[in-house]
Design a protein around this ligand. Structure first.
Ligand SMILES: Nc1ncnc2c1ncn2[C@@H]1O[C@H](COP(=O)(O)OP(=O)(O)OP(=O)(O)O)[C@@H](O)[C@H]1O
Length: 236
């Protein structure tokens, strides 16, 4: 689904140049759930921003599905992003003045989806994230875990091919974190490709692959054995 070939991204500050992504090559297949780990400043957010086409690259090739991103115009990238990518943020980023269902409906307006279909899709995702009973509430009336479930519903309502999550449990207690991680795992098992930046190594087992970054480079890239894989090995 995604191929990076020798990608670099640097930032030039006052006389100093910081290489946030350093000649990175990476292939992400449809259906994978990647957890990206690494110390502060290693390039995790930059990687997510590049994948989400919110940031450009200085060098290398970036292929998204059949599209060559580095040679696409800003308008083409915005269109690719809108049609294919759902974002989930640490701070939820819901609109305070809109109810739960209005927040979730918003991306469907941008996609010019008809009213009846909007209602059907919103009902469907409200159920999916188990928040139907709060549909008329404003975000401020919800717990952090509930707000993040609404943000996930908003990210998936357009059925994006790729979900990018930037520390989705960063503002949650452990009980709500587990709920959100289980939800992401269910979405992945239902076919969504997910790339998640996290500071929580205990959450990587919800995914299928772990990337560890250091100074803008991949220093570890491991596939995670699922329970089925382990039982197959154990049974010979
Ligand atoms: N807009 C920017 N201007 C200048 N330098 C930047 C910019 N964005 C990122 N950097 C630098 O690039 C490097 C990678 O930053 P990035 O935010 O990707 O790291 P990170 O791994 O996400 O860190 P954290 O875990 O603290 O969020 C850092 O040294 C950072 O200071």
């Amino acid at each position: 689904m995604i191929t990076f070939n020798n990608i670099s991204r640097s930032f030039i500050g006052d006389e100093v140049e910081t290489v946030a992504i350093d000649k990175m090559s990476l292939t992400i297949k449809k259906g994978e759930f990647l957890s990206v780990l690494g110390p502060s400043g290693c390039g995790k957010s930059t990687l997510l921003n590049v994948l989400g086409m919110l940031d450009s690259i200085d060098q290398g090739e970036f292929k998204f599905q059949t599209h060559q991103v580095e040679t696409s115009s800003e308008k083409q990238r915005a269109q690719l992003r809108k049609n294919n990518i759902g974002f989930i943020f640490q701070s939820f980023n819901l609109i305070d003045e809109l109810t739960v269902e209005q927040n979730i409906e918003l991306p469907l307006y941008y996609h010019k989806v008809a009213k009846d279909e909007r209602k059907r899709l919103v009902d469907q995702v409200l159920q999916r994230v188990d928040i139907t009973h709060r549909r008329k509430h404003l975000p401020a009336k919800l717990s952090g875990g509930q707000q993040q479930r609404v943000a996930i519903a908003r990210a998936i309502v357009t059925k994006p091919a790729l979900i990018l999550a930037d520390e989705p449990t960063g503002n949650l207690d452990s009980k709500n974190s587990v709920q959100v991680m289980e939800l992401l795992q269910q979405l992945n098992k239902a076919g969504s490709t997910i790339v998640m930046v996290t500071h929580a190594p205990e959450h990587v087992h919800y995914g299928t692959r772990v990337l560890e970054l250091l100074d803008g480079k991949i220093v570890k890239d491991e596939h995670i054995a699922s329970f089925t894989d382990i039982s197959e090995v154990a049974c010979g």
